[in-house]
Design a protein. Structure first.
Length: 190
């Protein structure tokens, strides 16, 4: 992906893909900008990216007075330039899932990293599952076999939780409870 106009067009297509999975951003702002890997690492919110390539990043700001949040602003989604289009799409839907969590978590409380990243990888996986291409199959295999405790274990926990409730309910449960549901807690939640 090398042009900003093409990146913006694809971002809107991926918002529709996210909506088809049950996570609608409605009119929420999600400006997307192509950038280089150095800028992505400059803006990274956690050190886990030191061990893995950083291809995208959802950026927002929060203003506090003491411990109280007084304002929150979603700034933009940064995506590494020159990614192949299919890979670009998976990065965009991952970052749009972060945006969904931002806009649907009005208190701005941080989610455990492995839970939020696991959910974002789950959405990537669910989208890839619909693609029916060799590249999609390859990326799904990489996701399933990822040994990383944040992204890999987080994904597997999110996938297991989908046995108990649909994606939109699972995402709302996570915002409310800050954890993945058990079969028992999911039964009483839906």
């Amino acid at each position: 992906m090398t042009t900003q106009s093409k990146a913006t067009k694809i971002m809107w297509e991926m918002r529709e893909a996210l909506k088809s999975l049950g996570l609608n951003l409605y009119n929420a702002e999600t400006p997307t900008r192509l950038t280089n890997r150095d800028e992505l690492h400059t803006h990274s919110r956690h050190s886990n990216h030191d061990e893995h390539p950083l291809l995208g990043l959802a950026q927002w700001s929060t203003t506090y007075v003491g411990k109280r949040i007084v304002s929150r602003q979603f700034n933009e989604i940064l995506i590494q330039t020159n990614l192949p289009e299919d890979h670009f799409r998976t990065v965009v839907i991952h970052e749009l899932t972060h945006a969904w969590f931002f806009y649907n978590n009005p208190k701005g409380e941080k989610l455990p990293l492995h839970i939020e990243e696991g959910m974002c990888v789950l959405v990537e996986y669910l989208w890839l599952k619909k693609q029916k291409t060799d590249d999609a199959q390859y990326r799904m295999t990489i996701i399933k076999e990822c040994p990383d405790p944040i992204y890999g274990d987080g994904f597997r926990a999110a996938l297991k939780a989908m046995n108990f409730m649909r994606l939109s309910s699972l995402a709302r449960y996570i915002i409310e409870k800050k954890k993945f549901p058990s079969a028992f807690s999911a039964f009483f939640y839906e």
